[in-house]
Design a protein around this ligand. Structure first.
Ligand code: C2E
Ligand code: CA
Ligand code: CA
Length: 271
């Protein structure tokens, strides 16, 4: 069995590495990637209703490496496509484990990059794993961020519509950050809007920030979307967001991303 480091034993290293494509190719071959899971909370009830899968790289010499250190390179080089089978099989396997432990209604949310969307085997990988791990598609969510990687919007939209047809949920990540345009919202049946954590971090810095954030929440609701606030770190932020009727929250205030075994303990404690 692969050794999975626990949160207690490992701290993320906060310096930058320069990886080469060959490092990543080796890491893929040696199964050095793994997922941490961060709870998503229903702000009304305070209950955990889902988890987001966040990738980590367990490097044999450098330890646990956060995704921003390697995902951009994976995306730039197209190597991220090689991780698509792992992304779906590992997260669906882990959701199946959680279901088996009695957490039946929990949803799993994953991050899908545009490059992965543009890779033809994607749909068959999804279908195979849905079947293998007996996943209810409505309990599985793909988060997408609009980005400069979009080269052919209509082709991307076609794939997203096929994902939608499989009854998987689509969620718009980092809403309000640089790249957001309204094409996805207009064309797709998006289920959830995740508001970029920058808006939450700065909400009390200026009265206008409160107006902007509450207007984004309103916009989401008017479009019939569930609205989640990312990066909640304080009680005050939670209180304010509840007052604005924001549906869901995620952030260090509730829980940090953690390995599956720690998540199971956390879920049992917070049942
Ligand atoms: P994201 O999708 O916006 O994920 C949320 C990030 O915010 C996570 O960082 C999480 O640890 C962090 N976060 C959560 N709550 C708080 C908070 O209260 N305060 C602060 N300061 N941060 C918080 P992480 O795990 O380092 O991931 C960074 C980004 O890497 C993700 O941002 C996502 O864009 C990307 N990523 C992670 N896993 C994958 C993956 O499997 N595939 C792809 N394509 N991208 C991934
Ligand atoms: Ca995300
Ligand atoms: Ca996000």
């Amino acid at each position: 069995m692969k050794f999975i480091p626990t949160l207690k034993k490992w701290r993320l290293k906060r310096f930058h590495f320069n990886f080469l494509e060959s490092d990543i190719e080796r890491a893929i071959r040696k199964n050095e990637f793994l997922f941490y899971y961060q709870p998503e909370i229903d702000l009304k009830t305070g209950k955990i209703i889902g988890v987001e899968a966040l990738m980590r790289w367990y490097h044999p010499e450098k330890g646990l490496i956060p995704p921003m250190e390697f995902i951009p390179l994976l995306e730039r080089t197209g190597l991220i496509k090689k991780l698509t089978p792992f992304l779906f099989s590992q997260t669906m396997k882990d959701l199946n484990t959680l279901n088996g432990l009695g957490f039946k209604n929990l949803f799993m949310s994953i991050n899908l990059s545009i490059k992965q969307l543009q890779d033809p085997p994607l749909l068959s990988i999804i279908k195979t794993n849905l079947k293998k791990y007996k996943i209810k598609p409505t309990n599985y969510e793909c988060e997408i961020t609009e980005s400069e990687a979009i080269t052919d919007l209509s082709a991307d939209l076609k794939v997203l519509k096929k994902i939608d047809k499989l009854k998987l949920r689509l969620s718009l990540d980092d809403f309000g950050s640089g790249y957001t345009s309204f094409d996805y919202l207009r064309t797709l049946s998006v289920h959830k809007m995740k508001i970029d954590r920058e808006f939450i971090a700065t909400v009390f810095d200026h009265p206008k920030n409160e107006i902007i954030l509450s207007s984004i929440i309103d916009l989401g609701h008017k479009l019939n979307l569930l609205v989640l606030a990312e990066g909640i770190e304080t009680k005050e932020q939670e209180k304010w967001l509840k007052k604005q009727k924001c549906d869901m929250g995620q952030g260090f205030y509730f829980a940090r991303p953690m390995p599956l075994e720690d998540l199971i303990t956390f879920l049992k404690k917070n049942k």
